[in-house]
Write a protein that binds this ligand. Structure first.
Ligand SMILES: [Zn+2]
Length: 315
């Protein structure tokens, strides 16, 4: 008995490779397969299904207005196809999945594709397949941390984005399969970055980050430890950063709190997390070593660090 199969996985779970291997297995047994793929946009003229591991096969493409039942009947005029395989089935419309459902009354239809988009929401085709497929199977894969990947993160340069169109045409972007905790971490990273990086230009323009408390009033009878009264722009920077402050940066960084050590940190190979940790470290240090932030802003070190954070994301 023919069935409608839905085999889903995240980005990078070798869905297309699995589809092509499945086709190969049928062909080896002398069974003809009709390989189908939705046209994602008009510029996509390639009539080929290509897997990243380097295998490919010719296919028939269809637009979102095409009736797949009609398409199948046309292609199968001589009754040669015994199996239908659809790659990127998430891009099918609900109607087209219903048409595949009808085709599956006579020949097995195997659909390979994603389940959810970069926002973690079902695609139209995936939703319908979950509703009406006879067999639903997950093609499992792992996240960078080793846990099971369930989300599809869309990355533009080094940052994950969760806004935008479901299909970004011509966008310079990459997708990565992630577990829920890594997905959340990447989301937080984007938020941190957007909040922090706007301070780069402001801090760059500052001549003075602030004044020592002793400089302003001489008639203060209460003896206070000297501290820096920071400019408003610096205060906003500190406030914005506080939200993301790492609790024990000293334990992560394993560097001493000497200002020359801090100045000399070479940027080569330092990643986003390291730089965020370093800034956290300095903000924490300000309590014990008042004025350290003032020095590091005025001598350009903080600017250098923020630029490095920007570089980590831009490259
Ligand atoms: Zn993970």
């Amino acid at each position: 008995m023919a069935k409608l199969y839905y085999k889903f996985g995240v980005m990078g779970s070798s869905k297309t490779a699995s589809a092509l291997m499945c086709r190969f297995n049928y062909l080896q047994k002398g069974i003809s397969v009709l390989l189908l793929k939705p046209k994602i946009d008009n510029r996509d003229s390639s009539d080929e299904v290509v897997a990243r591991i380097g295998i490919s096969a010719p296919c028939t493409t269809f637009s979102e207005s095409e009736n797949l039942q009609v398409l199948f009947d046309e292609q199968n005029a001589q009754n040669k196809f015994k199996v239908v395989i659809v790659d990127e089935c998430q891009f099918c419309t609900k109607k087209q999945i219903d048409q595949l459902r009808e085709i599956a009354e006579n020949v097995p239809v195997l659909c390979y594709g994603l389940k959810t988009n970069f926002k973690g929401e079902l695609f139209e085709g995936s939703k319908r397949l979950l509703e009406i497929a006879d067999s639903i199977q997950e093609i499992k894969s792992v996240c960078q941390c080793g846990k099971k990947a369930i989300m599809n993160g869309r990355f533009v340069k080094g940052l994950m984005v969760t806004d935008g169109q479901e299909i970004e045409i011509g966008g310079d972007e990459k997708y990565r399969g992630l577990c829920w905790s890594c997905f959340k971490k990447e989301q937080e990273k984007t938020r941190v970055y957007e909040k922090i990086i706007k301070h780069l230009n402001v801090l760059k323009e500052l001549d003075s980050a602030g004044n020592w408390s002793g400089d302003t009033s001489a008639d203060n009878i209460i003896m206070q430890t000297p501290h820096v009264i920071y400019e408003d722009d610096v205060k906003t920077f500190i406030e914005d950063f506080k939200e993301f402050q790492i609790k024990s940066p000293d334990k992560i960084l394993l560097i001493d709190d000497n200002i020359d050590t801090l100045r000399k940190i070479t940027m080569k190979d330092k990643d986003f997390d390291y730089m965020m940790c370093l800034i956290s470290f300095v903000l924490k240090l300000e309590k014990d070593k008042p004025g350290i932030l003032k020095t590091l802003i005025e001598d350009g070190t903080m600017i250098k660090w923020l630029k490095q954070i920007k570089k980590c994301v831009d490259e």
